[in-house]
Design a binder for this molecule. Sequence first.
Ligand code: INI
Length: 154
Amino acid sequence: MIKEIKGQVTAGKGNYAVVVSRFNEFVTAKLLAGAIDCLKRHGASDEQITVVWVPGACEITIAAKKLAQSGRYIAVICLGAVIRGQTPHYDYVCQQVARGISQINYDCAVPATFGVLTCETLEQAVERAGTKMGNAGADAALTAMETVNVIEQI
Ligand code: INI
């Protein structure tokens, strides 16, 4: 018989850390609200949620890694908004944050989910922060809960 493992999307009993960057806070505050709302709708209490603000997307990794290594959290939800400007700076910021977060998933025993928007325009970012394309913060929270649940069963 085939054994199949599927994750439930419930918060469970552990603690969740949310790292959110202040750069483009107009957008990231909406991602944070979406993530918190999603965790709470799936059973998390305020006491299970810790929010850590960092200056920009490049600083998400260092905070997320420390949280992941602390042993106090079952998942780290990473939120940010990188929006293209006039220079290649955007590409370096995107690369750094994507690589950093994926490294945490390789190195640490807890999942770090990628709720970092990488957009060409502010309009695209707003669309993904609680308007017509959903809320990437809520998606990252859902993914965190499901991944925690899958890992617990393996
Ligand atoms: N940080 C962001 O979170 N989003 C951006 O769009 C962004 N841009 O485009 O510059 C950005 N830059 C700051 C960066 O994350 C660092 O905070 C900074 O380079 C200092 O390390």
